[in-house]
Design a protein around this ligand. Structure first.
Ligand code: DCP
Ligand code: MG
Length: 371
């Protein structure tokens, strides 16, 4: 399959009980105790973001109602999340990754793929690099991470879960086939609960079962994602590790067939442009703190004007009104305007799940998309 090519070396790193571990590190009184980050004490409402491993023994899980969590574990301690600290730790982890490779694709604050096929330090062994990363995280940050090492993203991600917490697993090319054949269908990338249930009803429980279906049968039963399932049950996953997936700005602009001379005309155009920007922001589920207006005049002179807000904005009204104000305060009476553009930037410092989701959507890998 991939034998003609040189195998890639992919590592998936996932921090153990991330928020809870940070809280236990910073607050010694929580160490060895069942804690839940998020949710409200006395189980008055809210859900658990994550639970310490001590709490997991009682069955407390992420996204569980705090009321239920408290019922399962009477001594559970609820801890208020400190997102700024988690973000900071996330950056520190990222810096450790960068010692070995710049091809890093973060999936969330605590999880990332690394392509170490050509590592910066010429270590060569992906297993050794994973060990060094785990050691650095432990020594420098007093936290533990689990790592999965393989030749593609799908297998590496599953591998990181095998010896969790504080573990490492390597699945080499010779073991991939037998590993996948034993794998329960719900573990396959893109297979959510709905698809898994459907598969089980068809008597498909493991990778070996899935392998019996032809590509045509796969797509017939599971739609577009069937094509992808067909490949991954055969250990083929060519998705690249994609660095720099953070969105920097979202915008739209329009060049006009003739120069605009009145504010009214320009406002009308701004409305259409703002609508496109608004739609793009919503699609990416993102808001920005800075609105920028771009104006190009008939003589190709370019001007940009920005306004920043204390809180991120993303609603149509604010985008439009801000752009209008920026325009009104920028142009002179005799201005001839050839192009107008609006963009939003200065997004809250998190990796955009949105851009990733839209990519996966294109693959048709979301549960919704095959409904
Ligand atoms: N998180 C959240 N809500 C969820 C799932 C996770 O707020 N439903 C947050 C809290 C977690 C962090 O994201 O600490 C990382 O998510 P993981 O799924 O990796 O869970 P943990 O790192 O907490 O545990 P594990 O050791 O299983 O990786
Ligand atoms: Mg984790």
């Amino acid at each position: 399959m991939e034998s003609a090519k040189r195998h890639r070396k992919i590592i998936h790193i996932d921090m153990d009980a991330f928020y809870a571990s940070v809280e236990q590190r910073d607050n010694p009184q929580y160490r060895g105790k069942p804690i839940a980050v998020g949710g409200s004490p006395e189980g008055r409402g809210g859900v658990v973001a994550t639970a310490s491993y001590e709490a997991r023994k009682f069955g407390v899980r992420s996204a569980m109602a705090s009321k239920k969590a408290k019922q399962l574990c009477k001594d559970l301690i609820f801890v208020r999340p400190r997102f700024d600290v988690y973000k900071q730790v996330s950056n520190q982890i990222r810096e450790i990754f960068h010692r070995y490779t710049d091809i890093i694709e973060p999936l969330s604050l605590d999880e990332a793929y690394l392509d170490v096929t050509d590592d910066k330090q010429n270590i060569g062994s992906a297993i050794d690099i994973a060990k060094l990363i785990r050691k650095a995280i432990r020594d420098e940050l007093q936290l533990t991470a689990s790592a999965g090492v393989s030749v593609n993203k799908f297998i590496a991600k599953i591998a990181s879960d095998i010896n969790k917490p504080d573990g490492l697993a390597f699945i080499g090319p010779s073991k991939i086939t037998s590993f996948i054949e034993k794998l329960p269908v719900e573990k396959f990338f893109g297979v959510g609960k709905v698809t898994a249930d459907k598969m089980k009803k068809m008597g498909l429980h493991t990778g070996a079962d899935l392998k019996k279906l032809s590509e045509a049968e796969m797509t017939r039963h599971f739609g577009k994602p069937g094509k992808f399932y067909y490949k991954i049950v055969r250990g083929i996953d060519d998705r690249e590790v994609q660095p720099n997936r953070e969105l920097k700005s979202v915008g739209a602009e329009d060049t006009f067939r003739y120069d605009l001379t009145t504010l009214d005309e320009m406002y009308k155009e701004l409305e259409a442009i703002a609508d496109v920007v608004y739609t793009r922001l919503k699609r990416n589920n993102i808001k920005g703190r800075t609105v920028t207006l771009k104006i190009k005049y008939h003589d190709f002179k370019l001007s940009t004007r920005s306004q920043s807000f204390a809180e991120p904005v993303g609603d149509f009204e604010t985008i439009l009104e801000t752009s209008k104000t920026l325009l009104a305060t920028s142009i002179t009476d005799d201005a001839k305007v050839r192009l107008l553009g609006i963009s939003l930037s200065n997004f809250p410092g998190q990796v955009s799940k949105a851009s990733r989701k839209s990519e996966d959507d294109q693959l048709g890998l979301f549960e919704d998309s095959n409904a």
